[in-house]
Design a protein around this ligand. Structure first.
Ligand code: CDP
Ligand code: MG
Length: 130
């Protein structure tokens, strides 16, 4: 699956702590890189959300500072990563999840994770195809 540590978490120096959360749940980090997206790249990445009212703010935010993109491997990686991340809104996320622990708000929710195997492939290609 593809995981992103978003700008709010990178800014608060949470990279190593969040990577440890994945490792504790049996994920191997196969590849990772720290990058900063152009807004146009964020718009491409979040294209599925282009009709949503939060699309513009979301793309500005994702391109507002450095992020860490990672390929995470384990059995049932997509589903297990979504469980570990918790609900989109940190106030609704379960105890022990990354978004509950580190998320600031529904937009600054610290991590992204692919929502299906199909999208995982697309998202991995987006960042690591070269
Ligand atoms: O990230 P996740 O798959 O849980 O949620 P999404 O529905 O695919 O939305 C993508 C991202 O848009 C979220 O992670 C939030 O950062 C942001 N978002 C927002 O800012 N306001 C909302 N009402 C919903 C989502
Ligand atoms: Mg999503």
């Amino acid at each position: 699956t593809l995981s992103i540590i978003k700008p709010d978490a990178v800014e608060r120096n949470l990279i190593e702590e969040i990577k440890q959360e994945f490792k504790n749940k049996g994920f191997n980090i196969l590849k990772e890189k720290k990058i900063k997206l152009e807004k146009s790249e964020a718009e491409k990445f979040y294209k599925v959300h282009q009709s949503k009212p939060f699309y513009n703010d979301l793309c500005s935010y994702l391109s507002s500072g450095p992020i860490v993109v990672m390929i995470l491997e384990r059995e049932s990686a997509v589903v297990e990563n979504r469980k570990l991340m918790g609900a989109t809104d940190p106030t609704k996320a379960e105890e022990g999840t990354i978004r509950k622990k580190y998320g600031i708000s529904i937009d600054k929710n610290s991590v992204h994770g692919s929502d299906s195997l199909e999208n995982a492939k697309i998202e991995i290609d987006f960042f690591f195809k070269d």
